[in-house]
Design a protein around this ligand. Structure first.
Ligand code: C2E
Ligand code: MG
Ligand code: MG
Length: 657
């Protein structure tokens, strides 16, 4: 059991480490019962007035006046505290503790002084009793009442009783000295009781405080995203609900809901690892927060998706905010020794123009985001009602694609690519066709991007490769087959393995398989794509740079990559008759390709004039409706068989138009 000294030492140590909230709660116990304060003040004032009147002593008169004044001030301070400051900050509570302490110690000192002067100046037994009982009773009462702040309670106890003990010692009789000693012992006992009460109150309050802190921590965890520290989906939805309610009530402001999704985040994760992905998410969150400031709220919806909410005056302001965010996010992020290019797509819906319910607003922002992605990403799109139709079509295509293969709705057509020198077919490009039960024929230009975003392109390409190789295995040896490879596929690892499997299963040789890739693949300088392309070249496959001229810095690709063929995009061929610039570009590209010993294919040749111009420009091969439209595998085989026969008849000129 701890001694009184031990308890006092523990008190001194615990005071400095007392949690501010616990201390504030303890301070409030000082003021909780103003009635007891008032009763004490009234009793003190009455006895002081009687003592001063009966003794006629100046010192006791001064004591009496001071007791009245301090009593009134203490009651007033308690009323002020209870009216306005009871729920003040911990700092304010500390200030009120000081006020109480000064008042309490002053009052106790006055009662103690009054008892001392009465004992040393008066012989009136009733007056003596009044002064001593007042000082003793008061001290015993406050020792319990104010035990929540033991320093105050013990101070009051000592100041109220010890002067009385001193007075008794000064009286010098055996009885008075004995009584004085008893008072000192009584003080020690009361100090002990005070400390015990304090211990009980303190333990109870700290336990409560700890529990409420734990509860607050759990609540915060349930509402935040662990990685970025932002609000999570749950918190975002709650906040959005509140903000939309306010918008509905105010009818003056608008609320922008911006849905942001990072472009190609999966590639960062797949190629550089999840830690790199995490870093990109954290940096993105910091950047958006910095741009937003106090203009709005940011939450992580999940994965690489963020939702931003901000009050705006108009849809234009919402778009401006979106563009500011896009600009700050689209900066490179350094991760270890790598610099990762980051970009994002943003979709914006504005309440109440585009909806007033959370689900509608989120859906419309998502639809706008889908449009932004569809336009190539790295842009901001504001929701417009027509987007909804497109979105539904996208969904219909997406769900249709998942069963298209199983339901046999795909076909591969082959379009011959003619060698201008011999007039014979050099290769056939495999072009996928999809007949949707309700939508009819859907263009690959429409469904291939959907297949890419839905993660279905791998299976589809595998199927096209198999069909193409099966068909080509039946063709003459000198005719190749060209298969389009989607950029998304070049970011995955298993393409070489799938190709080898297909070649083995169909009996095709690697050098007869040509892979068509678009410039955009090489644009983002992905190290993974580079090594995959080198691997494919090592396997003996031919590479064709498709849609040449539609990207940037195209010529550098020709230098760094050993392409076997480049296909000049049909947009150049379309205008070749009336655009001297296009003619010059084609001529220059052909010259460059020739010097690098790369074949050139003019794509989309439809007329005799176009053919004459591309021939004149020096193109080595031609693909287009002028020679042949895409045809089925049996049609292609028949055409090639006829070519072989005609070739035997006249090996120089063959034209099967
Ligand atoms: P692409 O690879 O540039 O294919 C050439 C496109 O031009 C084909 O359109 C073809 O039908 C069309 N074309 C050929 N000659 C002419 C012509 O004289 N005039 C006109 N106006 N067009 C001509 P298609 O079949 O609609 O394919 C469009 C795009 O879809 C292709 O462009 C290719 O990027 C993609 N695609 C087609 N099949 C596949 C596939 O199996 N996998 C992948 N990843 N993409 C494919
Ligand atoms: Mg192609
Ligand atoms: Mg093309």
């Amino acid at each position: 059991m701890p001694t009184l000294g031990g308890k006092l030492r523990h008190l001194a140590a615990s005071e400095s480490s007392l949690a501010r909230q616990v201390r504030a709660a303890l301070v409030s116990t000082l003021y909780t019962s103003p009635a007891s304060l008032a009763i004490g003040a009234i009793a003190g004032s009455v006895t002081a007035a009687c003592i001063a009147y009966v003794t006629g002593s100046l010192a006791l008169l001064i004591c009496s006046i001071a007791i009245h004044l301090v009593g009134i001030l203490r009651i007033a301070s308690a009323i002020i505290y209870l009216r306005g400051n009871a729920k003040g900050s911990p700092r304010e509570q500390l200030h009120w503790e000081r006020i109480y302490e000064i008042g309490a110690w002053l009052y106790a000192s006055l009662l103690g002084a009054q008892a001392f002067f009465t004992l040393t100046n008066s012989t009136n037994t009733v007056i003596l009793l009044m002064a001593t009982i007042m000082a003793t009773g008061y001290s015993a009462g406050v020792a319990a009442r104010n035990a929540g702040r033991p320093v105050i309670a013990i101070g009051q106890l000592c100041l109220g009783t010890l002067p009385m003990a001193l007075g008794l010692f000064l009286m010098g009789t055996a009885l008075s000295i004995t009584l004085g000693l008893c008072i000192v012992i009584f003080v020690l006992g009361m100090v002990d009781i005070s400390l015990q009460i304090y211990e009980v109150v303190y333990t109870a309050l700290s336990g409560k405080q700890e529990k409420s802190e734990v509860a607050a921590r759990f609540e915060k965890m349930a509402r935040s995203d662990m990685l970025t520290g932002l609000d999570n989906r749950l918190a975002m939805q709650m906040r959005l609900g509140d903000l939309l309610d306010d918008i509905g009530d105010l009818k003056t402001e608008k609320l922008a809901v911006i849905w942001m999704d990072l472009d190609h985040f999966k590639t960062i994760n797949d190629t550089l690892g999840h830690l790199a992905g995490d870093k990109v998410l954290i940096v993105t969150a910091q950047r958006v927060k910095a741009v937003l400031g106090d203009r709005g709220w940011l939450a992580r919806f999940g994965g690489d998706e963020f939702v931003i909410m901000g009050l705006v005056d108009s849809a234009d302001e919402a778009e401006l905010l979106g563009n500011e965010i896009l600009e700050s996010v689209s900066q490179p992020v350094s991760i270890n020794d790598n610099t990762v290019e980051v970009a994002a797509s943003l979709g914006v819906a504005v309440a109440p123009d585009h909806g007033i319910q959370s689900e509608v607003m989120l859906k419309n922002a998502d639809i706008a985001l889908y449009h932004s992605k569809n336009e190539g990403g790295k842009c901001v799109r504001i929701f417009e009602p027509f987007m909804h139709e497109d979105f539904l079509l996208h969904r219909q295509i997406e769900s249709g694609l998942t069963e298209a293969m199983a339901k046999d709705q795909f076909t591969v057509l082959f379009q011959p690519i003619i060698d201008l020198a011999t007039g014979r077919t050099r290769s056939c490009e495999a072009l996928l066709r999809w007949n949707h039960p309700e939508l009819g024929d859907v263009s690959p230009a429409v469904f291939i991007p959907v297949a890419e975003s839905a993660g279905l392109i791998g299976d589809i390409t595998e199927w096209v490769l198999r069909k193409s190789c099966e068909a080509a295995a039946e063709w003459p040896e000198e005719v190749n087959v060209s298969v389009n490879i989607s950029p998304a596929l070049l970011k995955q690892n298993n393409l070489p393995v799938k190709i080898i499997e297909t070649l083995v299963n169909t009996g095709m040789v690697a050098r007869r398989l040509e892979l068509e890739i678009t410039e955009s693949v090489l644009l983002d300088k992905n190290p993974h794509t580079n090594s995959l392309l080198r691997q494919l070249q090592k396997m003996g496959l031919r590479l064709c740079l498709d849609d040449f001229g539609t990207g940037f810095s195209s010529l550098t690709y020709l230098r760094s990559w050993e392409f076997d063929t480049i296909k000049i995009d049909k947009s150049f061929i379309r205008n070749i008759g009336n655009s001297p610039t296009d003619q010059k570009i084609i001529r220059a590209v052909v010259q460059l390709a020739k010097s690098l010993e790369v074949a050139t294919v003019a794509e989309g040749v439809e007329t005799e004039e176009q053919l004459a111009r591309v021939r004149d420009a020096g193109c080595s091969r031609v693909q287009g409706f002028y020679y042949a439209r895409p045809m089925t595998a049996p049609q292609a085989q028949q055409r090639l068989a006829m070519e072989t026969v005609s070739n035997a008849a006249d090996p120089q000129i063959v034209n099967l138009r």
